[in-house]
Design a protein around this ligand. Structure first.
Ligand SMILES: Cc1cc2nc3c(=O)[nH]c(=O)nc-3n(C[C@H](O)[C@H](O)[C@H](O)COP(=O)(O)O)c2cc1C
Length: 329
């Protein structure tokens, strides 16, 4: 996650046995290399450690970023948003595993054909940028079936599907495994950790939004902030989920903004950049389940333990025939 996952967060995830990705965004080649080195060092060498990977946004990748990434020789590279094709084969030829975050079935077909090593299926609930119209609950099992069929027809071994979007607690992690996922990717839950680079005020905003009762959804998908950001031009069709505030209530209904409104809105976000009722706080629809900012390593250790206990308990309940399966029309 760009602007969130620096070396400290990636290392904490790896120490918990996960795969910790650095979010490079528009980082320079030098910064990618220095952050990667720092993450590897901070992850240490305990044998239960997971590994460090580098996350790239396809539409932002420069030749220099790609060269720096390959030179780091990370375990994996995460690709997302934009054209995957130019990057999958060169990275794999360099001995790096490639994980592609997708939002459509067509993208799954394309990246499996190119040789992707794992597919991250991102549902509409996800915080930050994405383009999926489907919920994680329906997209994941459909993707699992699709990947299985593709691998069979291409005569290649199975490709793991990782679920992403609105996953913040152990019940949801367990549910994703039941849906057929081989793993989960956590976004917003890891934004609200001690090691995340997100501003403290925004981390607290995520926690507090979670505890507020509201008649309207607390998050929305919008293009509003991207229309105001001259530094990064996101591909069309991409929206981003953020916490709703006074500014989105006022302006989101008017997107795409015409020139005069655009200038006024730009001026406002620039002037009130620290004001949470104006600025963007990217977050997924599971904000309501995030109740505190926690250190990432213990957070993940507990999530994994609790999810395993939930799966074990539901298996036991089924064996005991004590689960009352109430199915309603
Ligand atoms: C603040 C923030 C920054 C993100 N940055 C990236 C990014 O740089 N690259 C990317 O592929 N996904 C990015 N994502 C999306 C995540 O990879 C993931 O799909 C999403 O957070 C999952 O949904 P959740 O936030 O509900 O857990 C970002 C998400 C957030 C909240």
């Amino acid at each position: 996650m760009a602007g969130v996952a620096g070396s400290e967060l990636a290392a904490a995830v790896a120490r918990a046995g996960g795969l910790g990705f650095l979010g490079s965004g528009t980082m320079s080649a030098e910064k990618i290399q220095s952050e990667y080195r720092a993450a590897v060092e901070a992850a240490g060498s305990h044998k239960s450690n997971g590994v460090i990977g580098i996350g790239l946004l396809n539409f932002c990748i420069t030749d220099e970023m790609m060269a720096a990434t390959v030179a780091c020789k990370p375990h994996s590279v995460w690709l997302a948003v934009g054209d995957f094709k130019p990057f999958i084969k060169p990275l794999r030829q360099a001995g790096i595993k490639v994980m592609c975050q997708v939002t459509t079935m067509q993208q799954i077909t394309d990246v499996v054909a190119e040789g992707a090593d794992a597919i991250v299926v991102q549902g509409n609930e996800s915080g930050g940028h994405g383009a999926s119209p489907a919920s994680t609950l329906s997209f994941v099992p459909e993707a699992v079936d699709h990947v299985q069929q593709l691998c069979k027809s291409l005569n290649r071994p199975g490709v793991p599907v990782i679920a992403a979007g609105g996953i913040s607690d152990a019940r949801q992690v367990a549910a994703c495994f039941v849906l057929g996922a081989s793993g989960v990717a956590l976004g917003t839950r890891l934004v609200a950790t001690t090691e995340s680079l997100y501003k403290d005020s925004k981390k607290q905003h995520i926690v507090q939004t979670g505890s507020q009762a509201s008649e309207r959804p607390t998050t929305l998908r919008t293009t509003l902030y991207d229309e105001l950001n001259e530094d990064v031009r996101w591909p069309s069709g991409v929206t981003a989920r953020a916490i709703r505030n006074d500014f989105t209530d006022q302006w989101d209904g008017q997107t795409p903004l015409q020139s005069e409104l655009l200038d006024r809105a730009k001026e406002r976000v620039k002037r009130d950049a620290a004001d949470l009722t104006v600025t963007s706080t990217w977050a997924g629809s599971s904000v309501g389940l995030i109740r505190s900012v926690e250190p990432a390593q213990s957070l993940i250790t507990h999530l994994v333990k609790d999810a395993a206990a939930i799966l074990k308990a539901s298996g036991q309940a089924l064996e005991d025939d004590s689960l009352d399966l109430g199915i309603c029309t």
